[in-house]
Design a protein around this ligand. Sequence first.
Ligand SMILES: Cc1cc2nc3c(=O)[nH]c(=O)nc-3n(C[C@H](O)[C@H](O)[C@H](O)COP(=O)(O)OP(=O)(O)OC[C@H]3O[C@@H](n4cnc5c(N)ncnc54)[C@H](O)[C@@H]3O)c2cc1C
Ligand code: FES
Ligand code: FES
Length: 481
Amino acid sequence: MRDHVRFYLNGEPHTIRGDDAFVTLTNYLRGPLGKVGTKVVCSEGDCGACTILAGRWRGEEIRYEPVDACILFLHQLDGTHVVTVEGLPEGEGLHPVQQAMVDHHGSQCGFCTPGIVMALAGWAEAGCPHEPASPRISLTGNLCRCTGYLPIVEAADKLKREPPCSLNRREKFAPLQNDLRRIASEPLKIEMATRLYFAPTTLAEAIAFKVQHPDAVILAGGTELGVLHNKRGYDPLKILSLTRIGELNAITRTPRQISFGANVNWTQVEEAIREPLPEFHKIVQRFGSPQIRNVGTLAGNVANGSPIADSLGLLMVMDATLELASPRGTRQRPINGFYTGYKKKDMAADELIARVHLPLPDTADRIRLTKVSRRFDLDIATFGAAIRIRDTGGVIQQAAVALTGVAATVVRLAETEAFLRGRAFDESTFQQAGRIARSEIRPIDDVRGSRDFRLQLAENVLLKFYHDEMEAAPMRAKART
Ligand SMILES: Cc1cc2nc3c(=O)[nH]c(=O)nc-3n(C[C@H](O)[C@H](O)[C@H](O)COP(=O)(O)OP(=O)(O)OC[C@H]3O[C@@H](n4cnc5c(N)ncnc54)[C@H](O)[C@@H]3O)c2cc1C
Ligand code: FES
Ligand code: FES
């Protein structure tokens, strides 16, 4: 079993031992290495100034993705090829992304520029996807205060026309591939007098470790834990990482459900649900930023159990189940009823979430998701709603309504649902349902929105559901013929 972290930085091998494995990548780069191209502004994944590319072996080659280095610990990089702005150019000249930024005047003070260059390099690595919103979406994790985004988007458009060569094709990086592949499949255990870190390769080993160390904190993408570390000094002394347990990487789909292993990140979820759950896809595209989606996991979102988590409303109205693994085997736990208070869960200390099973909608299901946030992109929700209605011949057979941001947990609205069942699918029904929804919740004022605002949203969102459905009806009918 390896007892030290191994990764590559701009093609050069790095070995990290002991306490050093627990520092963030930005501190390592900007401190002992003096590589200050990677900037730090917010230290919480919000501004993208610290964006680097993390290259990991994925099947046939290394996939380079933009991630925020300020909330990434060195132990998370084991088996990764890190590329920073210093390592992006090949030889003396500029990399094509940098050249495009120069050509289109994409930089003024320059503080955000290395992060933007790396975000665009990640987008180019993904093949400059030609979706309508692209490359805007690739830049939602990067703030620029002085240039304005137009020249930057123009630089990206140039890349679309003349895509740069992938880093996988770079001669200097070719020998890394086999080594990275091997490192990433080895278990890793760092044992010190004060600290313990374990990344096993089997679920059985992970469970055995959790029994021995019930106080060990599970680390997935670390997007929650990284922020807590930087902002509140949270520094767990025992960490269990599930990230190299291969069986937890899978997304499996049957005609009735789609299942996500604990290691599946939001970028993978986004791709998998695009076709079967387009409403969820729209929300996931607004989940954090590409940098956050490339590391944060669905299981981490569920385990964290925030009352404003973006996944929970949908999981609840779809009656998702969680596969919890422990020394007693696995059990399927419905997500409804799983949260017993603010971030409190019906889950034993020796249990972990192995998989999330999400039933797929029936053709008669109408599903609408709403996320209200102060900023459209890269912002957490002030309020959210998930509504699923199944009706036959204009009569509602099944109704499920979940709201986020109105209580200590995401909540299902039992009275509203009971009212809707058996009623006509018409405006008056949804108007009345909205008033019941309003009476069912006791939201609070906070920095994101007032109590009254949330109450009004709860009422309006039901009526909005009706009008959105009516507007979409001709398109639905056309799609059926
Ligand atoms: C800049 C930024 C933007 C964000 N935007 C959004 C957003 O738009 N919407 C949103 O909902 N959230 C958002 N988040 C929150 C966060 O990214 C998500 O909750 C993410 O899904 C957490 O996943 P993770 O893998 O990073 O979790 P981690 O930070 O690794 O873990 C989170 C918690 O879950 C526990 N845990 C993780 N995996 C398991 C498991 N398998 N079994 C048991 N416990 C486990 C950990 O111990 C920890 O307590 C944002 C965060 C940041 C920093
Ligand atoms: S410093 Fe702002 S995202 Fe890392
Ligand atoms: S160029 Fe100054 S912040 Fe972007």
